[in-house]
Design a binder for this molecule. Structure first.
Ligand SMILES: CC(C)(COP(=O)(O)OP(=O)(O)OC[C@H]1O[C@@H](n2cnc3c(N)ncnc32)[C@H](O)[C@@H]1OP(=O)(O)O)[C@@H](O)C(=O)NCCC(=O)NCCS
Length: 195
Protein backbone atom coordinates (compact mmCIF):
# COMPACT_ATOMS: atom_id res chain seq x y z
CA UNK A 1 0.00 0.00 0.00
CA UNK A 2 1.22 3.50 -0.87
CA UNK A 3 0.17 6.53 1.20
CA UNK A 4 0.93 10.02 -0.07
CA UNK A 5 0.60 13.15 2.04
CA UNK A 6 0.90 16.73 0.83
CA UNK A 7 1.04 19.97 2.75
CA UNK A 8 0.89 23.39 1.12
CA UNK A 9 2.66 26.13 3.04
CA UNK A 10 1.67 29.49 1.69
CA UNK A 11 2.69 31.59 4.67
CA UNK A 12 5.41 31.53 7.31
CA UNK A 13 4.69 29.48 10.41
CA UNK A 14 4.23 31.61 13.52
CA UNK A 15 7.32 31.50 15.76
CA UNK A 16 5.52 29.57 18.53
CA UNK A 17 4.16 26.99 16.04
CA UNK A 18 7.66 26.51 14.59
CA UNK A 19 9.09 26.01 18.09
CA UNK A 20 6.28 23.66 19.09
CA UNK A 21 6.72 21.48 16.00
CA UNK A 22 10.49 21.42 16.46
CA UNK A 23 9.98 19.52 19.73
CA UNK A 24 8.74 16.48 17.79
CA UNK A 25 11.91 16.21 15.67
CA UNK A 26 14.93 14.11 16.69
CA UNK A 27 17.82 16.14 18.22
CA UNK A 28 20.12 15.79 15.14
CA UNK A 29 17.30 16.80 12.80
CA UNK A 30 16.52 19.76 15.03
CA UNK A 31 20.14 20.89 14.81
CA UNK A 32 20.13 20.58 11.01
CA UNK A 33 16.90 22.56 10.75
CA UNK A 34 18.27 25.34 12.93
CA UNK A 35 21.40 25.57 10.75
CA UNK A 36 19.40 26.68 7.67
CA UNK A 37 20.04 30.32 6.82
CA UNK A 38 16.71 30.82 5.11
CA UNK A 39 13.58 30.50 7.22
CA UNK A 40 11.60 28.94 4.35
CA UNK A 41 14.16 26.11 4.01
CA UNK A 42 14.05 25.41 7.75
CA UNK A 43 10.27 25.45 7.66
CA UNK A 44 9.99 23.07 4.68
CA UNK A 45 12.45 20.64 6.23
CA UNK A 46 10.65 20.73 9.58
CA UNK A 47 7.21 20.27 8.02
CA UNK A 48 8.60 17.34 5.97
CA UNK A 49 9.85 15.63 9.12
CA UNK A 50 6.58 16.22 10.99
CA UNK A 51 4.51 15.08 8.00
CA UNK A 52 6.54 11.86 7.77
CA UNK A 53 6.11 11.24 11.49
CA UNK A 54 2.37 11.83 11.21
CA UNK A 55 2.08 9.50 8.19
CA UNK A 56 4.10 6.73 9.84
CA UNK A 57 2.24 6.98 13.18
CA UNK A 58 -1.10 6.87 11.38
CA UNK A 59 -0.08 3.88 9.26
CA UNK A 60 1.34 1.90 12.18
CA UNK A 61 -0.97 3.10 14.94
CA UNK A 62 1.95 4.08 17.17
CA UNK A 63 2.94 7.33 18.89
CA UNK A 64 5.72 9.65 17.77
CA UNK A 65 7.76 8.63 20.82
CA UNK A 66 7.91 5.07 19.44
CA UNK A 67 9.69 6.21 16.25
CA UNK A 68 13.43 6.16 15.69
CA UNK A 69 14.44 7.84 12.45
CA UNK A 70 18.03 7.68 11.24
CA UNK A 71 19.65 8.08 7.85
CA UNK A 72 21.80 6.12 5.44
CA UNK A 73 25.30 7.16 4.35
CA UNK A 74 23.78 9.29 1.54
CA UNK A 75 21.47 11.18 3.88
CA UNK A 76 18.24 9.29 3.13
CA UNK A 77 16.02 9.32 6.23
CA UNK A 78 15.11 5.78 7.29
CA UNK A 79 12.70 4.40 9.83
CA UNK A 80 14.88 2.40 12.22
CA UNK A 81 12.11 1.58 14.69
CA UNK A 82 9.51 0.12 14.26
CA UNK A 83 10.75 -1.62 11.11
CA UNK A 84 8.81 -2.84 8.09
CA UNK A 85 7.72 0.33 6.33
CA UNK A 86 9.54 2.93 4.25
CA UNK A 87 9.09 6.62 3.61
CA UNK A 88 10.53 9.52 1.72
CA UNK A 89 10.08 13.29 1.66
CA UNK A 90 10.35 16.00 -0.98
CA UNK A 91 9.80 19.74 -0.78
CA UNK A 92 9.75 22.49 -3.36
CA UNK A 93 8.22 25.95 -3.35
CA UNK A 94 4.98 25.81 -1.38
CA UNK A 95 4.72 22.03 -1.29
CA UNK A 96 5.96 19.41 1.12
CA UNK A 97 5.25 15.80 0.12
CA UNK A 98 5.72 12.48 1.86
CA UNK A 99 5.22 8.92 0.62
CA UNK A 100 4.94 5.84 2.84
CA UNK A 101 5.16 2.33 1.38
CA UNK A 102 5.87 -1.28 2.25
CA UNK A 103 9.14 -1.26 0.30
CA UNK A 104 11.77 1.44 -0.39
CA UNK A 105 10.14 4.53 -1.87
CA UNK A 106 11.33 7.80 -3.35
CA UNK A 107 9.34 10.96 -4.02
CA UNK A 108 10.16 14.14 -5.92
CA UNK A 109 8.13 17.29 -6.43
CA UNK A 110 9.21 20.09 -8.75
CA UNK A 111 7.60 23.31 -10.01
CA UNK A 112 6.96 23.36 -13.77
CA UNK A 113 9.42 26.23 -14.38
CA UNK A 114 10.71 27.03 -17.88
CA UNK A 115 13.97 25.20 -18.60
CA UNK A 116 16.71 25.02 -21.16
CA UNK A 117 15.91 21.69 -22.81
CA UNK A 118 19.62 21.12 -23.45
CA UNK A 119 19.81 20.20 -19.76
CA UNK A 120 17.85 17.04 -20.61
CA UNK A 121 20.85 15.78 -22.59
CA UNK A 122 22.74 15.40 -19.31
CA UNK A 123 20.14 13.26 -17.53
CA UNK A 124 18.18 11.54 -20.29
CA UNK A 125 19.00 8.48 -22.31
CA UNK A 126 19.38 9.14 -26.08
CA UNK A 127 15.87 7.84 -26.89
CA UNK A 128 14.35 9.95 -24.10
CA UNK A 129 16.10 13.09 -25.36
CA UNK A 130 14.92 12.37 -28.90
CA UNK A 131 11.38 11.83 -27.62
CA UNK A 132 11.49 15.22 -25.84
CA UNK A 133 12.69 16.99 -28.97
CA UNK A 134 9.78 15.51 -30.92
CA UNK A 135 7.14 16.80 -28.49
CA UNK A 136 5.12 19.94 -29.29
CA UNK A 137 6.13 23.02 -27.29
CA UNK A 138 2.86 22.91 -25.23
CA UNK A 139 3.61 19.52 -23.71
CA UNK A 140 7.41 19.34 -23.82
CA UNK A 141 7.88 20.98 -20.41
CA UNK A 142 5.65 18.41 -18.70
CA UNK A 143 7.51 15.56 -20.37
CA UNK A 144 10.82 17.09 -19.29
CA UNK A 145 9.72 17.24 -15.65
CA UNK A 146 8.10 13.84 -15.90
CA UNK A 147 11.49 12.37 -16.82
CA UNK A 148 13.30 14.47 -14.24
CA UNK A 149 11.04 13.73 -11.27
CA UNK A 150 10.66 10.02 -12.15
CA UNK A 151 14.42 9.56 -12.30
CA UNK A 152 14.93 11.53 -9.12
CA UNK A 153 12.24 9.50 -7.36
CA UNK A 154 14.13 6.36 -8.40
CA UNK A 155 17.50 7.52 -7.03
CA UNK A 156 15.74 8.56 -3.83
CA UNK A 157 14.00 5.18 -3.53
CA UNK A 158 17.37 3.52 -4.10
CA UNK A 159 18.78 5.71 -1.34
CA UNK A 160 21.93 6.84 -3.11
CA UNK A 161 20.31 10.07 -4.26
CA UNK A 162 22.09 12.10 -6.90
CA UNK A 163 25.35 10.24 -6.34
CA UNK A 164 23.64 7.79 -8.74
CA UNK A 165 23.75 9.54 -12.15
CA UNK A 166 20.23 10.33 -13.38
CA UNK A 167 21.30 9.39 -16.92
CA UNK A 168 21.87 5.84 -15.71
CA UNK A 169 18.21 5.57 -14.64
CA UNK A 170 15.95 4.26 -17.37
CA UNK A 171 12.58 2.55 -17.02
CA UNK A 172 13.54 -0.07 -14.46
CA UNK A 173 11.72 -3.38 -14.17
CA UNK A 174 12.13 -3.59 -10.41
CA UNK A 175 9.88 -0.66 -9.49
CA UNK A 176 6.55 1.08 -10.04
CA UNK A 177 6.15 4.76 -10.87
CA UNK A 178 3.28 7.14 -10.11
CA UNK A 179 3.03 10.73 -11.37
CA UNK A 180 0.55 13.49 -10.60
CA UNK A 181 0.19 17.19 -11.35
CA UNK A 182 -0.82 19.79 -8.77
CA UNK A 183 -1.36 23.29 -10.10
CA UNK A 184 1.99 24.20 -11.53
CA UNK A 185 3.92 21.35 -9.94
CA UNK A 186 4.63 17.76 -10.88
CA UNK A 187 5.10 14.94 -8.42
CA UNK A 188 6.60 11.50 -9.08
CA UNK A 189 6.90 8.52 -6.79
CA UNK A 190 8.94 5.37 -7.28
CA UNK A 191 8.30 2.26 -5.20
CA UNK A 192 10.91 -0.49 -5.46
CA UNK A 193 9.58 -4.02 -5.72
CA UNK A 194 10.02 -5.98 -2.50
CA UNK A 195 13.31 -7.93 -2.52
C1 LIG B 1 18.33 13.75 -1.87
C2 LIG B 1 18.52 14.62 -3.07
C3 LIG B 1 18.18 13.80 -4.30
C4 LIG B 1 17.55 15.79 -2.84
O1 LIG B 1 17.05 16.36 -3.97
P1 LIG B 1 16.19 17.73 -3.99
O2 LIG B 1 15.34 17.72 -5.21
O3 LIG B 1 17.10 18.88 -3.80
O4 LIG B 1 15.32 17.71 -2.69
P2 LIG B 1 13.93 17.04 -2.32
O5 LIG B 1 13.11 18.11 -1.73
O6 LIG B 1 13.31 16.22 -3.40
O7 LIG B 1 14.36 16.00 -1.16
C5 LIG B 1 14.91 16.43 0.03
C6 LIG B 1 14.65 15.35 1.06
O8 LIG B 1 15.09 14.07 0.55
C7 LIG B 1 15.49 13.28 1.65
N1 LIG B 1 16.82 12.77 1.32
C8 LIG B 1 18.05 13.24 1.62
N2 LIG B 1 19.01 12.44 1.10
C9 LIG B 1 18.37 11.44 0.45
C10 LIG B 1 18.80 10.30 -0.28
N3 LIG B 1 20.09 10.01 -0.45
N4 LIG B 1 17.86 9.47 -0.82
C11 LIG B 1 16.55 9.74 -0.64
N5 LIG B 1 16.07 10.80 0.04
C12 LIG B 1 16.97 11.64 0.58
C13 LIG B 1 15.47 14.15 2.89
O9 LIG B 1 14.26 13.91 3.56
C14 LIG B 1 15.44 15.54 2.31
O10 LIG B 1 14.75 16.45 3.13
P3 LIG B 1 15.54 17.35 4.20
O11 LIG B 1 16.66 17.98 3.45
O12 LIG B 1 14.52 18.30 4.68
O13 LIG B 1 16.02 16.40 5.24
C15 LIG B 1 19.97 15.15 -3.20
O14 LIG B 1 20.19 16.17 -2.29
C16 LIG B 1 21.00 14.03 -2.95
O15 LIG B 1 21.27 13.25 -3.81
N6 LIG B 1 21.57 13.98 -1.74
C17 LIG B 1 22.50 12.90 -1.38
C18 LIG B 1 23.89 13.41 -1.57
C19 LIG B 1 24.92 12.58 -0.91
O16 LIG B 1 25.47 11.70 -1.51
N7 LIG B 1 25.18 12.86 0.37
C20 LIG B 1 26.18 12.08 1.10
C21 LIG B 1 26.53 12.72 2.39
S1 LIG B 1 25.15 12.94 3.45
Amino acid sequence: MLDVYLVRINQDLAENDFTRLLRYAAPEKKERILRYHRREDAQRSLVGDILARYAICKRLGVSNAALAIGQNEYGKPLLLKPTGIHFNISHAGEWVACAVADSPVGIDIEPLKPVDYKLAESFCAKEEYLFLQQQPEETRLKHFYHFWTSKESYVKADGRGLSLPLASVTAAANCSYFTAELDNYILSICVLSPA
